[in-house]
Design a protein around this ligand. Structure first.
Ligand code: SF4
Length: 179
């Protein structure tokens, strides 16, 4: 069986789902036996590559995410919504209790660790969108992998099944196929 290509990326998430992925520990070698990892936080590259499987952490929170998820959907044969922020929008939705201006002011002006004294006008700073949303509100999602974060065992099981062209089947509550 030829190797598949696997990409992982995070949008509006805390990186905790990727930390859980790393918790597969030495089993990463079994994944590497079946997959070439073509993008991840440690395989940097600006352009998202074509791939068989994309694990996407985090919700869609800004205009950059809106663009990225469309590109990922075009280039990935299977898109896995990875963790509660991607599945339900979860933690990133907390900012919707406040106005966008309040969020930016808190981040760039009031936060002691990051204060610039002003809200940057830099066009490279992504623009917050009004409504934080899970991935499936923007693109078709093939599999949902809930959990905050999903356990390493669950991630490993699902990846190994998909990499071997099998449909992961779990008990209720584990994961659902999106039809
Ligand atoms: Fe972090 Fe939980 Fe969101 Fe994953 S689901 S990015 S661990 S807050």
């Amino acid at each position: 069986m030829s190797k598949k290509t696997l990409a992982t990326v995070w949008l509006g998430g805390c990186s905790g789902c990727h930390m859980s992925l790393l918790d597969v520990d030495e089993r990463i070698l079994e994944i590497a036996r079946l997959a070439d990892i073509v993008k991840s936080p440690v395989v940097d590259g600006k352009a998202f590559p074509a791939c068989d499987i994309a694990l996407v952490e985090g919700a869609v929170c800004n205009d950059e995410h809106e663009h990225e998820i469309q590109v990922i959907r075009q280039k990935a044969k299977l898109l896995v919504s990875f963790g509660d922020c991607a599945v339900t929008a979860n933690v990133p939705t907390l900012r919707m209790r406040f106005s966008k201006d309040q969020c930016l002011r808190r981040s760039y002006v009031e936060a002691e660790s990051n204060s610039r004294g002003h809200i940057p006008k830099d066009p490279d700073v992504p623009k917050l969108i009004d409504r934080v949303a899970p991935l499936h509100e923007h693109v078709k999602v093939d599999y949902f992998l809930p959990g905050c974060p999903p356990s390493a065992d669950l991630i490993f099981f699902v990846l190994m099944e998909l990499l071997q062209d099998r449909v992961p089947v779990l008990d209720l509550g584990g994961m659902a196929k999106y039809g």
